[in-house]
Design a binder for this molecule. Sequence first.
Ligand code: ACO
Length: 443
Amino acid sequence: MGSETAILEYNGKRYELPVVTGSENEKAIDITALRQQSGLITYDPAFGNTGACASAITFIDGEKGILRYRGYPIEQLAERAEFIEVAYLLIFGELPSPEELTGFRDRLNHSSLIHEDMHHFFTGVPSTAHPMAILSTMVASLSGFYPVPDELDFDAEYEILANLISQVRTLAAFSYKMKIGEPMVYPSYKFRYVANFLNMMFSSPVHKYEIDDEVVRALEVFLILHADHEQNCSTSSVRIAGSSLANIYAIASAGISALWGRRHGGANQQVIEMLTDIHQNGDTAQGYVDRAKDKKTRLMGFGHRVYKNYDPRAKVMRDLCHKLLPRLEMAKDPLFAVAMQLEEIAMQDAYFIERNLYPNVDFYSGLVLRAIGIPTDMFTVLFTIGRMPGWLAHWREMIHDEGFRIARPRQLYVGETERSFFQRGNAPHYRHVKMPAREVKRL
Ligand code: ACO
């Protein structure tokens, strides 16, 4: 934190606001005393210019296309690390030693079974339910089985982390099995984290799933790339819900609900639906791009609030597609060809160039998941498994920050000024009253 200041002049008065500096030299005007000093609040819908916290977990430079977890470049982690190592790194701040990694692995195995009574919860769920709906319900229900003490010591925290990271995977696989009407396959100490998940998803009493190391590696990479992305919509939801000191299983469920949306984690499903639409319904890549430019639709998997350059995760995913698809004899997947065509057209189009719209991680991730046999409506569930350590790292960072307060944004009220209930007179019935325009007067 430095000694620079920014000056705000308003109504003939000057306010000196401290400028704070992060470890990568990014600057922020500290307005924590602004309202108290000036009576003003800031107006920043969707928080595009607002730093809601200081965090030491993930660094993004959207202009340069840089992403680092705890200082480590995402490309190096995707090449070398295991997903649970990355989870440990995000949550505890350092990569685990071999002993710590073994201890963490054992603990995740130990926590992998869900309570037997929870199996009943699955029986009443309609088969048409989206797996994200089932997952958010089930994760919130864990609160009934694992009471959380008001004061958390390290052991209590470790139990929460292990339960959520391990059981979100078991619940995800169970929700899939329920949907396709097959018996649930229990987790096993025999497998590591990712292989365990694949076995629960694809083994059945009549068919033993053969673990393929390249498929395991591809899923490790997918999960690592999705493990954290600083203050995105779902992580902010987790921080906001967490700031009320709600139950951590309910907080994680809030993150899942936010992630489900198609402008966030739901986009990878939408990408495959878009590619299928183009491939099967006689549409063309050019036609789709033209409709996106006319604002009739959006090119799914393109654009990002933070990246104004190629999303570094999308690069890793695209390379993975090129490696994995031929290996799984999916190189001729027509959707892969459509995706590359779409990218080529969009990247040369002035509309996308002017707005800095590049492929994001979701553009290619669906193709990888599809190649390893994950059904489309499970894509966001896989994203959830990946993002769980990030949510937990942020929750833990927040509750250990002594100065943290309940999150409570302000608003600019643009509704009616005071009027009397007793003077309605001949006012039109409320149903005929036009909604006031939500306009902000520019002073
Ligand atoms: N297709 C066509 N036009 C787009 C797209 C797109 N995918 N994304 C943004 N634009 C346009 C907007 O229409 C707007 O144009 P305008 O200036 O003429 O009005 C301009 O680009 C800026 O767009 P915003 O909506 O202001 O950008 P914002 O930062 O709010 O949105 C978002 C980011 C939600 C990701 C957006 O780009 C989008 O909807 N993309 C498609 C969905 C998607 O891929 N989501 C995944 C995000 S990554 C993740 O969650 C892991």
